[in-house]
Design a protein around this ligand. Structure first.
Ligand code: SAM
Length: 285
């Protein structure tokens, strides 16, 4: 929708966009095309769209895929979308809070969404942790969140969100979007990120929970050394200072390392070493 059409629709609905609901509506058609293109859609796909709003992306998605399941929290926008798309058989519009919506029955699906900023991170984590983990996601989020998703070790943006997402997904930052592309304009830049499910799991299922507990502990006090924070963390797989130091040594990391210094690969090795250390070499007689 053009800026004029968007303003007219909001006026007709007497809808004062809600900041709490992240209601910034996309009015740049080129950006809408870029987002949909980045998803590599096929005609047989099902796409889950979170927060369809006035339908800026929905309209394009319906041109590309077999089914769009659109979950919108605001009832007034649902009414508008029902009117706009009529009895379109491809569109399943659901009036619900995506933070509580059960994605599993929709699977398999891809996700394309301009996420409401206030809940972008919990929504992303819900999708990443879902048993129906989508194989592809293209999401518009705050630029700051995008930076955290693609962050490298030893940077301020690198943290638990980076690792929890990269455990399952290859993440790319595709585009920066100026506030001018939305009505009303948000206060900050946005970014489009694409997430592609890794072809093979990086970690055996039994190690996932301890990995997350160690990472949370390691970044809970990010300026502290791992040998200081991991033994104190309330992990199911308790460890001692000696065990942390020995495990760090075995993976070739200094015993004074902090969580932010370890790459994802090193965090995976450390988890395996702490949970199921390799048996010690037999001593030579
Ligand atoms: N997709 C539209 C676009 O690109 O113009 C609107 C995007 S706007 C950034 C976010 C949308 O998410 C709004 O329509 C808002 O009402 C909706 N929303 C906010 N919180 C939500 C939630 N918890 N569950 C589902 N939709 C939500």
């Amino acid at each position: 929708m053009t800026p004029t059409e968007t303003r007219a629709a909001l006026e007709r609905l007497a809808l004062q966009p809600s900041k709490a609901m992240g209601q910034n509506f996309l009015v740049d058609r080129n950006i809408a095309y870029l987002i949909v293109d980045a998803a590599g859609l096929h005609s047989e796909d099902t796409v889950l769209e979170i927060g369809p709003g006035l339908g800026a992306l929905t309209e394009l998605l319906l041109e590309h895929v077999a089914r769009v399941v659109a979950v919108e929290k605001d009832g007034r926008l649902c009414e508008f979308l029902r009117e706009r798309f009529g009895q379109c058989q491809q569109l399943q519009l659901i009036h619900a809070d995506a933070l509580e919506f059960d994605f599993v029955p929709v699977a398999p699906f891809k996700v394309v969404a301009n996420l409401p900023y206030a809940v972008a991170t919990p929504l992303l984590q819900r999708l990443v942790d879902s048993p129906a983990r989508p194989r592809r996601m293209v999401l518009t989020v705050q630029r700051e969140v995008a930076d955290r998703l693609v962050a490298k070790p030893r940077t301020k943006d690198y943290g638990a969100l980076t690792l929890f997402t990269q455990l399952y997904y290859e993440v790319r930052r595709e585009h920066i979007i100026s506030p001018r592309c939305f009505i009303p304009p948000p206060a900050i830049d946005s970014a489009v990120v694409s997430l592609r499910l890794a072809p093979h799991p990086l970690l055996e299922p039994a190690f996932e929970a301890p990995f997350k507990e160690y990472v949370r502990a390691g970044f809970g006090q990010r300026r502290k050394m791992l040998r200081g924070v991991l033994p104190k963390s309330p992990t199911r797989v308790a460890v001692t200072v000696d065990q942390v130091e020995a495990a760090l040594k075995r993976i070739g990391v200094l015993p004074t390392a902090r969580g932010e210094e370890l790459s994802l690969a090193q965090w995976l090795l450390l988890t395996r070493e702490l949970v199921a250390p390799a048996p010690a070499e037999p001593k030579q007689p």
